[in-house]
Design a protein around this ligand. Structure first.
Ligand code: IVH
Length: 701
């Protein structure tokens, strides 16, 4: 396309444009010439895979063009390099060209498909047997990483396969991505790696639980969660979601030295996975297996399908790759997928069903959750008949109607959800879903707070809420009272044997014994589980109270902040917001809870009934054990040198903090103490002690 002569002159012109771009004096008249230059370099990138300028230089020219076009919208042409961006690409992050297009994979669904794939590969290479490397197909969002001179310089999403979104700041929040790696040991200078960003099943469930708690609809599946998180504008939020990565392919690299023995590993796919592992990346090095022939490949795929649910992350199949890179190159690729690799997809976890009805349930905080009742359908070994729709918005967004054919998905441990309704299959008899105006249980008028998605029943005495609060209190993650179970809570409530949380500790076991299905053994077990629960740590009790927006993590933070749960009565909104990860919403909710007289009476009653409202860990300190406690010194101490005092803290299992915060337990004050003392005084949570008192604490140990 470009002759050597063209190349030379275009390259010379490029240098000229680079200088002008830097000085920002490219004129509108030169716009077409600049486009020609950019097209030329795209060709070098995408077609020849032999760029003559760096990414940075390309970006500068591209930006210069964007700028001129922005100032001269009439001069924008459809074929301008700036218009390559496909629909659906977010504008929130800069669009970056991939060094190599990110292709997809061809799919196979059974042994015959794999046998056919192998036959074609053998025919094309004229080999009797081919060596394959088999690894999991991770179900997340694909990502390209670039390392230059051993440093991570860029991360980009797949986008349209040719260009993606530059998400470097976000991917720097993923801890399994090394910020530097010794590629130079292998003679590599610029490396582009492909991988899949995942959120593991546990973190996904936790994150969704938080969303539900806050009245939002949860994310549909870990794949959406991972892919979506990559494009969140707040890197802090990205960090909180705990993404992970598996890297599975080196798509591009340049070398530093011509000959480097170690770089021989790159001749096979399995070798490159090993190299990545050695360099500190999470590659499927342990999960991968190399086989000489398709039969063993098929066996391994089946083996893995059985293990699928045991894995901490989602996989949706296996990927079979010709191991020898030279053979891969020989096989080449179509515009869509490489001919040297194929995905073996596991059995679908989707099915269609009919939406029969929608019921409305009242949660423990009064939120009304619509629940879809569908014609029972078998997905991934489980029968699904009931699916939460979370809130009114979900019904609207998915345009659901009673009688609709719906696509249902259930991925591993993930709760089933409705992907979409199939509007094209409607007969016209489908019915609109109308959201109730009154609580389906107590009849109170429903309310919706501004900015919230959920309708609520504000009647705290609503029987549905009372029951749900008790169910939550006894649940596994809260007070963990085994043998109680939802059904028993409901039964005891209906029979008037249990009316509120303290009632759990006042149950009339004699009466329960008279109920059908309650033998002495189950009563003994229940009684002992209730008794044991009295000793549960404070954070479980806090979580169990079901205070709005308080999940397990914030319950732990709260428990750490006090010596006794009722200390929260004294906390101002500001005190609360000074605690780790406590924002205005959470602070408001706690403040509201502890400002309510009947809540305080309930807690006092629970304490009388023998529950642990003290923070046990903190009580240990008076016994002289500094384990886990935090200290800070301020001012000149009368006898101790600051460094000696700090060493004493550490020797006794305590920890020194860098400043006054809600995390601080003790501030040891000497002469001329300054702002730290003022700040600590403002925080209700810090104990201010003298050197003398400090020494007593240590001695008591
Ligand atoms: S290899 C040219 N290996 O699956 C090589 N892809 O459906 C193409 N994926 O876009 C990719 N696990 O995001 C490869 N072990 C694995 C993979 C994998 C997940 C994703 C990848 C790709 C998609 C294709």
């Amino acid at each position: 396309m470009y002759s050597a002569q063209d190349t030379k002159s275009l390259q010379k012109e490029t240098a000229g444009f680079m200088k002008k771009a830097e000085a920002e004096n490219i004129t509108a008249k030169e716009i077409e010439a600049l486009r020609t230059i950019l097209r030329f370099h795209e060709y070098r990138y995408y077609i020849l895979n032999d760029p003559l300028i760096t990414d940075y230089e390309y970006d500068q020219l591209f930006k210069a063009l964007e700028k001129i076009e922005a100032g001269n919208p009439k001069l924008v042409t459809r074929d301008s390099p700036t218009q390559r961006v496909a629909k659906g690409l977010t504008k929130a992050f800069p669009t970056v060209p991939h060094l190599v297009p990110m292709l997809s994979l061809d799919n196979s669904y059974n042994s015959d498909d794999l046998i056919a794939f192998d036959r074609k590969a053998r025919e094309a290479t004229r080999l009797s047997k081919i060596e394959y490397c088999v690894e999991p197909k991770f179900d997340g969002g694909s990502l390209s990483l670039i390392y230059e001179d051993d440093m991570l310089v860029r991360g980009a999403t797949r986008g349209n396969g040719v260009e993606g979104d530059e998400v470097t700041t976000n991917i720097r929040q993923i801890k399994s991505i090394p910020l530097s790696a010794k590629f130079s040991d292998y003679g590599l200078q610029t490396v582009e790696i492909r991988g899949e960003v995942l959120i593991n099943k546990t973190n996904f469930a936790k994150y969704n639980a938080q969303l539900i708690e806050q009245g939002f609809a949860p994310l549909a599946n870990p794949r959406n969660a991972a892919a979506g998180t990559l494009r969140i504008k707040d890197p802090e939020e990205v960090r909180r979601r705990n993404l992970e990565i598996f890297v599975y392919n080196i798509s591009y690299f340049t070398t530093t030295k011509k000959t480097n023995k170690k770089s021989d590993v790159l001749q096979s796919h399995s070798g490159s996975l090993e190299m990545l592992w050695e360099l500190g990346f999470r590659s499927p090095n342990k999960e991968k297996k190399v086989f000489k022939g398709i039969d063993d490949v098929i066996k391994y795929c089946h083996e893995f399908e059985v293990k699928r649910d045991e894995l901490p992350y989602e996989i949706d199949g296996m990927v079979i790759k010709v191991n020898n890179v030279e053979l891969q190159d020989k096989l080449g690729m179509t515009s869509h997928h490489p001919r040297w690799a194929i995905a073996y997809k596991f059995k679908a976890r989707q099915a269609t069903s009919k939406l029969l009805n929608v019921e409305f349930q009242v949660g423990r905080t009064g939120s009304i959750t619509p629940v879809a009742k569908i014609q029972p359908v078998h997905i991934g070994g489980v029968t699904v008949s009931s699916i939460s729709l979370f809130n009114e918005d979900v019904i609207k967004e998915k345009d659901l109607k009673i009688g609709d054919t719906v696509l249902v998905e259930r991925a591993g441990d993930v709760i089933p959800y409705i992907v979409k309704s199939m509007a094209e299959l409607r007969s016209g008899t489908e019915k609109k879903i109308s959201f109730p105006k009154n609580c389906p249980v107590c009849g109170s008028k429903l309310f919706k707070e501004e900015g919230e998605a959920a309708w609520r029943c504000n009647n705290i005495e609503c029987p549905a809420q009372v029951v749900e609060r008790i169910i939550h209190f006894v649940s596994k993650d809260a007070m963990d009272i085994r043998g109680f179970g939802d059904a028993n809570v409901r039964k005891f409530y209906e029979l008037g044997l249990l009316n509120d949380i303290p009632g759990i500790y006042k149950l009339n076991f004699k009466k329960i014994g008279e109920l059908e299905g309650f033998g002495q053994k189950s009563i003994d077990n229940l009684q002992s589980a209730i008794e044991t629960s009295k000793k549960q740590p404070l954070h479980r009790l806090i979580f169990g109270l079901g205070i709005r927006f308080i999940g397990e993590t914030s319950a732990k933070t709260l428990a750490q902040a006090v010596n006794h749960l009722l200390d929260f009565k004294k906390f101002s909104l500001e005190d609360l917001q000074n605690l780790d990860d406590v924002g205005p919403k959470v602070a408001g909710s706690i403040h509201h809870f502890f400002g309510n007289k009947s809540n305080i009476e309930m807690l006092e009653e629970l304490e009388k009934l023998g529950l642990q409202l003290k923070n046990e860990k903190k009580q240990h300190v008076t016994d002289g054990n500094l384990g886990g406690q935090t200290f800070l010194f301020t001012g000149t101490l009368p006898t101790l040198k600051r460094s000696d005092a700090e060493a004493m803290v550490e020797e006794n299992g305590g920890q020194i903090l860098g400043g006054v915060s809600a995390k601080l337990n003790y501030l040891v004050v000497g002469e001329d103490a300054g702002s730290k003392l003022d700040k600590a005084k403002k925080l209700n949570t810090v104990r201010i002690i003298s050197e003398d008192e400090f020494l007593k604490l240590i001695k008591k140990k």
